[in-house]
Design a binder for this molecule. Structure first.
Ligand code: C5P
Length: 404
């Protein structure tokens, strides 16, 4: 396998060296292409030494190439010879160029000539990442079918903190590996996934809910579909677009989620309940908005149906995975849920830590199995965590088939 590694101008360019090294270790041949900006941060020699190949540094044949027809069509040759184009780190500038088809240097010209799969790992200042122009460009690239390895959250070189830090090299390499050798280990499975919070109305204009963003559940759906599963995603109210190739059903309350899950349960072979379902709802809903008074207001709330526990009762030989978001006693709580809800695996995460859990792009979880075994997964993007959860699910499925 051959990969073009495009490196653009950002402080994270040094991390691309680790990506190159790790790809080489997996037997992937790497052709590094550096933009002028990238060379301000790292010297081409670093990549030449790591990859054992001359680094392509510009369009018109300086940096050693002679001025022949061969060098002027080098982008076409490189495009034809390689199986995948990876850009890490990708600046806001290269995202804009790719999105709009500008071709004013080797990398952007190569991009237009390249017909294979493209992976892009952006890294930039938080405000640049959040800018509507950058987000619109990312949207164009996602719709084009390119895989975006989302940046992590944390302290950035510019001194600010927030999303924009290049994803960890090992997460980037895992994505590339999956793209080069697509796993279809979930083919034949019908997977029901729940995501997001639920909203429980208090009157016609108010509700109670929680901070779940739905990102974990949507990443799970995306990962399962990529590995060949039929996926039904039942989601509470979130601001996320439907993942490609997934059938999405949007609900609002715990009761609606319960109904949707029970309707899809018969055809499902695997159920993953990542939703943060409200535990209480108001049964005696007033028809009109509750008026403000100077006195105390007390509300009587009833417990919502426990969807996971009911799925556990109707489980049959389905594989059932629950989530436990806790602020203390993580593993004990996870093990308790495993038994009370009849799960095969519980994904446990501490939601009291900054940067992981609710509303973030990263997570750090422990997979607790029925055997009692606890498998900690390192902090990583939710998409990468999703793949690791399915690695474990695929193993449990294999074991279940083997013992039948
Ligand atoms: O008991 P607890 O809410 O902490 O358990 C969390 C797990 O149970 C999650 O998988 C969540 O989706 C599921 N759950 C549910 N229905 C509820 C409450 C939680 O399915 N009413």
């Amino acid at each position: 396998m051959r990969v073009v590694l495009g490196i653009t101008g950002g402080i994270a360019a040094y991390k691309a060296a680790e990506v190159a090294r790790s790809l080489m270790e997996r037997g992937v041949a790497v052709q590094a292409v550096m933009t002028a900006g990238a060379q301000e941060f790292v010297r081409p020699l670093t990549f030449a030494a790591l990859t054992g190949r001359k680094v392509i540094t510009d369009m018109f044949g300086s940096g050693g190439a002679d001025e022949t027809l061969a060098s002027s069509v080098e982008h076409i040759r490189v495009a034809q010879e390689n199986d995948l184009l990876l850009v890490a780190p990708a600046t806001a500038d290269v995202l804009a160029k790719f999105a709009h088809g500008l071709a004013d240097d080797f990398l952007s010209t190569l991009y237009l000539a390249f017909t294979g799969p493209v992976a892009i790992a952006p890294a930039m200042n938080t405000n640049m990442w959040r800018h509507p122009a950058t987000q619109a460009n990312l949207e164009i690239l996602r719709k084009r079918g390119h895989v975006i390895v989302d940046p992590g959250d944390g302290l950035l070189a510019c001194g600010t903190s927030g999303p924009g830090r290049l994803a960890e090299p090992e997460a980037i390499v895992a994505v590339v590996d999956q793209m080069l050798h697509p796993r279809r280990d979930l083919e034949g499975e019908t997977i029901l996934i729940t995501a997001g919070p639920t909203q429980e109305p208090l009157d016609p204009v108010r509700y109670v809910s929680n901070r779940s963003s739905g990102k974990m559940g949507f990443s799970l759906a995306e990962a399962a579909a990529a590995r060949g599963a039929q996926v039904v995603l039942v989601s509470g109210p979130v601001h996320l677009e439907d993942p490609v190739g997934v059938s999405v059903e949007r609900v609002r309350t715990a009761r609606e989620m319960y109904d949707a899950v029970m309707a899809h349960l018969p055809e499902s072979t695997i159920i993953v309940k990542s939703a943060a379902v409200a535990d209480y709802y108001r049964a005696d809903l007033p028809k009109q908005k509750v008026k403000k008074t100077a006195t105390l207001l007390s509300l009587e709330l009833q417990p919502t149906p426990d969807i996971l526990a009911e799925a556990g009762r109707r489980k049959g030989d389905r594989l059932l995975v629950g989530f436990a978001a806790e602020t203390e006693n993580l593993l004990e709580e996870a093990r308790r849920k495993m038994t009370t809800k009849n799960c095969d695996m519980v994904v446990a995460n501490l939601v009291s830590q900054a940067g992981i859990g609710f509303e973030t792009d990263e997570n750090e979880v422990t997979l607790v199995l029925r055997s009692g075994e606890a498998i900690p997964l390192k902090r990583a993007s939710k998409r990468h965590i999703a793949d690791q959860i399915f690695d474990q699910i695929a193993k449990l499925r294999l074991a279940a088939h083997a013992s039948r």
